[in-house]
Design a protein around this ligand. Structure first.
Ligand code: A2P
Length: 264
């Protein structure tokens, strides 16, 4: 037997089951799910690694997988000098991460009043909670139409979302429910692509509604969920309120909800 001191077990450890690098700035990974963890699609949890001083280094991450999935999926940016993501980007299958099993968040169906059309507005890794909600049956039970708008700097940064959207039609569990209800509107701002520009501009000049052939957003029919940078969130709050929508919360459902895309 070795006399070497045993490494202390990580608190709330979960095992990495899959890692996929999308660009040099973005990666996604899946981990085992604690049996006791219940969450609502769209919520976030604290995850991380042990820091140098043997203290957990945790950050808020939206769960990108739906509530019915056996595993948990996350989608992350890689920041070369970021305290957590500089290390997290090197995880491999079989490694352990820390997961604090206390899901919370406002991007949940409970925070919205009933409506006809649901808009998801995301920039960058802000698509993570919608990766969960796009795979959630309730999304399609509650709405006639769901429109996923995702804006990134470059075309490659759209890949995670695009692949997910494309996979849904044939998904054995959710495919039939999605059945033509989900529309996808990707745009880029810094690299040439079929649709270029910020989503905020397209909302303000009406070109988004024209492109999708839908009426402008109104409080009676439309509901929205927003997840991106603080700048995007503030701009969209102003724009959505201009259309007459009110901000909702778990305790007081209304017409739109906002959450910051956390790790930067
Ligand atoms: P832009 O290239 O014009 O800054 P980031 O990678 O910095 O998080 O940005 C992701 C995407 O979000 C980029 O395409 C960026 O456009 C866009 N973006 C950033 N701020 C806003 C904002 N306030 N309103 C709309 N889009 C934004």
């Amino acid at each position: 037997m070795s006399d070497a001191p045993k490494k202390p077990a990580l608190p709330n450890a979960q095992t990495v089951t899959e890692v996929k690098h999308w660009t040099d700035r973005l990666f996604s990974f899946r981990v085992t799910r604690p049996q006791s963890l219940r969450f609502r699609s769209g919520e976030f949890v604290m995850i991380g690694l042990m820091g140098d001083n043997d203290k957990p280094l945790l950050r808020a991450y939206s769960i990108a997988s739906p509530s019915w999935d056996e595993e948990l999926e996350f989608y992350s940016i890689k920041v070369q000098d970021g305290p957590l993501t500089s290390k997290l980007q090197h995880i491999k299958v079989g490694d352990e991460i820390i997961l604090r099993p206390k899901p919370v968040g406002t991007l949940v169906h409970d925070a919205l009043l009933p409506g006809k059309r649901l808009w998801f507005f995301a920039t960058g890794t802000g698509i993570a909670p919608f990766a969960s909600l796009m795979r959630e049956p309730e999304t399609y039970e509650n709405y006639d139409e769901v429109i996923m708008c995702h804006t990134c700097r470059d075309v490659a940064e759209l890949d995670y979302g695009r692949e997910l959207v494309e996979s849904l039609a044939d998904d054995p569990l959710i495919g039939e429910m999605v059945g033509g209800k989900l529309r996808y509107f990707p745009t880029t701002t810094r690299e040439e692509s079929p649709v270029m520009g910020r989503i905020t501009t397209k909302l303000e000049d009406g070109s988004l509604f024209e492109a999708l052939n839908v009426p402008p957003i109104c409080a009676e029919n439309d509901r929205a969920m927003v997840c991106g940078s603080i700048g995007l969130n503030m701009d969209l709050k102003r724009i959505l309120e201009g259309f007459g929508l009110e901000e909702g919360a778990n305790s007081k459902p209304a017409e739109y909800v906002v959450e910051k895309a956390f790790v930067d």
